[in-house]
Design a protein around this ligand. Structure first.
Ligand SMILES: Nc1cc(-c2ccc3ccn(Cc4ccccn4)c3c2)[nH]n1
Length: 239
């Protein structure tokens, strides 16, 4: 998979080259390109924004700069992803869909966003998704891209040391993950739940599912409403 990011703050994307993602790049599992949008400006001031038509606060990013940038960075098999507070929600399901793509290009806006004609024009040549990572407002798209790239790349074969955990993720079975424990057995007078040291794998699996159901019910009841009917057995309903 190839990922390209267009931004006026290329340095903001440096974390993509660290740790797990950095190792995935070194191992050739992904290629990542970060491009400075100002490389496509034409004026001495390298302007990327202008006042909004219709008035209102802030500035809007110029189509004459974004257009040529995306023309050059995007290719035949590109999916363009544009982070925005007004986007469709980014979910684990969407992360899996993106992990199957050949080429993702992320367009990082700043100010009040990018002139809408840039998205409309690109959508005539490629799939374009306007995506929100949550119901809060950031200053620009870069932090959203770091989140999405991490969620996508960890799903690629060979990236995670323990691939099983990608399937057992929170959300993968529709529930939140329950609590985890490691040594020591007792820490600040708090003991690890006995069942986890019982060696009885059926009991452990049942306890973990009960914990996941209880936590989901408490923190994200909306996820339970979305679960397909057959997803909960009669024991689950009793939890
Ligand atoms: N889930 C998300 C995504 C964003 C996001 C993504 C890209 C941009 C480019 C500019 N801004 C600031 C801004 C503020 C006000 C209205 C429009 N945009 C962004 C914010 N915020 N929250």
């Amino acid at each position: 998979m190839r990922i390209d990011v267009v931004t006026i703050f290329p340095e903001y994307l440096q974390p993509l080259r660290a740790a797990l993602l950095g190792r995935a790049i070194e191992r050739g599992l992904i290629d990542i390109g970060v491009h400075d949008l100002r490389d496509w400006t034409h004026d001495v001031h390298r302007a990327v924004d202008d006042s909004p038509y219709g008035g209102g606060p802030g500035m809007v990013m110029k189509p004459q700069v974004w257009g040529p940038a995306l023309d050059e960075v995007c290719g035949e098999d590109t999916r363009l992803v544009v982070p925005t507070p007004a986007g469709k929600p980014f979910t684990q399901q969407l992360a899996h869909a993106y992990a199957a793509e050949q080429h993702l290009v992320f367009a990082c806006g700043r100010y009040e966003g990018i002139d809408q004609r840039v998205v409309d024009d690109a959508a005539e040549r490629m799939p374009v998704d306007e995506i929100s990572i949550g119901d809060y407002v950031l200053v620009g798209g870069e932090a959203a891209v770091l989140v999405m790239v991490e969620a996508v790349v960890r799903l690629l074969p060979g990236v995670l040391g323990n691939p099983v955990s990608a399937e057992q993720d929170s959300f993968s079975d529709g529930l939140l993950e329950g609590p985890s424990y490691t040594r020591p057995e007792v820490w600040r007078e708090r003991a690890v739940p006995d069942v986890l040291r019982s060696g009885n794998h059926a009991l452990i699996e049942r306890w973990r599912r009960d914990q996941a159901l209880a936590r989901t019910f408490d923190r994200r009841p909306d996820l339970l409403e979305r679960l397909p009917e057959e997803h909960l057995d009669k024991h689950d309903r009793a939890v």
